[in-house]
Design a protein. Sequence first.
Lengths: 352, 293, 284
Amino acid sequence: MAKINLQNIQKSYGNNPVIHNLSADIEDGELIVIVGPSGCGKSTLLRMIAGLEEINSGEVIINEKRMNDLEPMDRNIAMVFQNYALYPHMTVFENMSYGLKIQKTPKDEIISRVNEAAEILELSELLDRKPNQLSGGQRQRVAMGRAIVRKPDVFLFDEPLSNLDAKLRVQMRLEIKKLQRKLNVTSLYVTHDQVEAMTLADKMIVMNEGNVEHIGTPLDVYQQPKTLFTAQFIGSPAMNILNGRVDGNEIKFANFKTSSAISFNGDVYFGIRPEHLTIDKEGPIKVQVEFIELIGSNTLIHCRIQSSNEIIVVSVPGIVEENLSRKEINLNFDQSKIHLFDQKNNMRINQN
Amino acid sequence: MEKKVFFRGWFLPILLISPQLIISIIFFFYPSGQAISNSLYLPDPFGLSSEFVGLENFFFLFSDSYYLSSFVTTIFFSTSVSVLSMGLGLYFALLADRIFRGAGIYKTLLIWPYAVAPAVAGVLWMFLFSSRIGVVSWYLGLLGYDWNHALNSEEAMGLVVLASTWGRISYNFLFFLAGLQAIPKSIIEAAAIDGASFWKRFRTIVFPLLSPITFFLLVVNIVYAFFETFGVIHTITSGGPEQATTTLVYKVYSDGFVGQDLGSSAAQSVILLVVVGLLTVIQFKYIERKVHY
Amino acid sequence: MIERNKKGYFMSHLGLILGIVFIFFPVWLTFVASTVTQEDILQPPFPLLPGPHFFENYSYALFEGTPEGYGNNIPVIKLLINSAIMALGITIGKIIISLLSAFAIVYFRFPGRKFFFWLIFITLMLPVEVRIVPTYEIAAKLNLLNSYAGLIFPLIASATATFLFRQFFMTIPNEMVEAARMDGAKPMKFFIDILIPISRTNIAALFVILFIYGWNQYLWPLLMTTDPNMNTIVMGINQMIPGGDDFGHWPTIMATSILAMVPPVIIIITMQKFFVKGLLESEK
């Protein structure tokens, strides 16, 4: 059970700043996903919270206690690593009990805790095996078991599913979510996979190049992204972004106009998700179809606005029978689902 | 190539390195330093005091025909042993790589000589060629050839080279075998399809691909022949006849311990230090990885 | 390597067999010599098959040494024990200090670390033969002549094993150390509970190589033991061999030679896999 407060965290490697002034608050029992592309600083942030990296300035506070100068083992946290980091010469049981042994936990308590965790993770049959006798998914579960037995205040996950194949990843995702719900332990989960982030998070921290782009629930992040980066990073296929200019009551684009309900003048980025576009003979956006992706559950139609050479992707549910290749069509959009970003600072412009 | 992860604190690591540090200082650095300083002095005949003579010991050595010939002896000796033991090692490796069954057994049977001390190897071969009782020398006598390596310097050198080579084949065999087995079969097969015969393949593909190992072994073997063969020489010929088989290392021993000429022996040590240092630097510069910190 | 013809195989096997004959030939004759009498040896033609005196010669050599008048009568068993102590001392000593040093270099940052690294790097360059005279003097000053400590310590000074372990430690994933830190393991606990068990095969490989190196030492024991009771078996053989016109007692010399070869050969054959691994990896 833990509340985490991150205040003005900064980190540099030499002259190279990697985290700029990051602040966030995490409530007890939440599963927070820190998501962003490679190199955005998410793993570094996690490791600073774990105590594996020095914090150049700022504070990490867990349950009102300042953690900056404490060793990892004194912070009452547990971590699950990307490549499991199991001790190859120890059995599953020994791997899971090592931390407890060091803390001089009495033997029967060790046995009961390990058995308890093994049952939750379905590892009870595997306790005598060594890591090289286990499959990838099993090893991952042992890594989690090692974290669970410690009964920590906080779980830290560092891209734990990256080394698994796609199918296993989907399966394990659900298990992690269920597990966290069951144990109700505050968890910080780092991943670069935005689907993982969306499905697991109670709240998300979207990071890019050491900066926080958006902190919010998945719904919030998806429906009202605060920055251009967030808008394009979350959601697959990615949001369409067009160049536009606000002039009084209108937003002007390359080959169409729309009315504006914002008190802002200047260049904007106009965002609309593919699933919020429709093919409409009367629609304002004239495009030429370039190619079509038949997913099955939906169809992605890649189009180009000739005058501005901008690409726009439409997602149509189901299968589109008609052969639209190279045809010129018109698109329409749901006015309530548009996103506007100030081109000067890539920040969301809220509509009145 | 530094490890990113480390433990904090400085007291423990310094404690951990102290055994090695202390032993190195006492038994390596201090004696080496002594060798260098001794080389600049000439002890008097009674061993009571020494006179600083600067580089005189070195100058004397380079004008001493015995010393210069021991240089030649050493070069000849190490080259012969290296070439012969590498050649035979390569030959056996090629054969072992070629057969299917029994390769493991041959391997075991060919590597155990590594366990035999050079000094013992010397005894074995000396026994075979002993002019009075040796089996080989007796049969040579029957053929009309009078073998006596105590008198004939070519025979002495030959025997010493033979004994050292005998002990050295295993090492080279192992490395060459590993090198051959590391060559992807697909390359060989592609060449065979292109019509290359065994020897052509060897010359144009296998041997070039083995060249890093070959170079490495050459340097290692030469360094080995410099030092670890003291035992062979001491047991078979004691450096004779008339210093014909006295290598540089042997001379350091015989001048220093037997002849008690400390200044000269120390100077010789210093020269050896430089030569080996150079060889080692070459070895490491070529095999980059160890040097990277 | 592709040709599957019978002739190719036959020639290969033949070549290998000839190689084995060449390798075994001196040892075989030595063994034969150790099983016959002195007279048999002195009177050519030399026997090519073993004689009947195996037990006699070996037990005499082991427990009585050389016969009267043929050299110093130290029972060979004492020589074997001395060699064993020296070899094991060098092996275990070197492995322990190298593990400690490599651990310190890789997993800690401390002042002088780089300096220490290059310092011990230099020790790779010079085997004991180059510094024998002053090393002898130091050993004498420290009263180490004719002692086990004197046989052992100067030979653990070089840092080959340290660099081997260092290289191996560098390949261990960082996460393992971090997981251990999170589990609460202090450095030495990490070292003993995790690092050393993981290094098992490397330690075994090094054991084989160092044991052979230690057992086969010749020059250094030769210099620093004047008391025949402290002789090692490899150098002790030399004492049995005649200089000048004396005859040695050849059956004893040969038996001793065989005995000198047995322990390292046994180790290399039983631990062949480790040995090969150790050798190949140590030179990379």
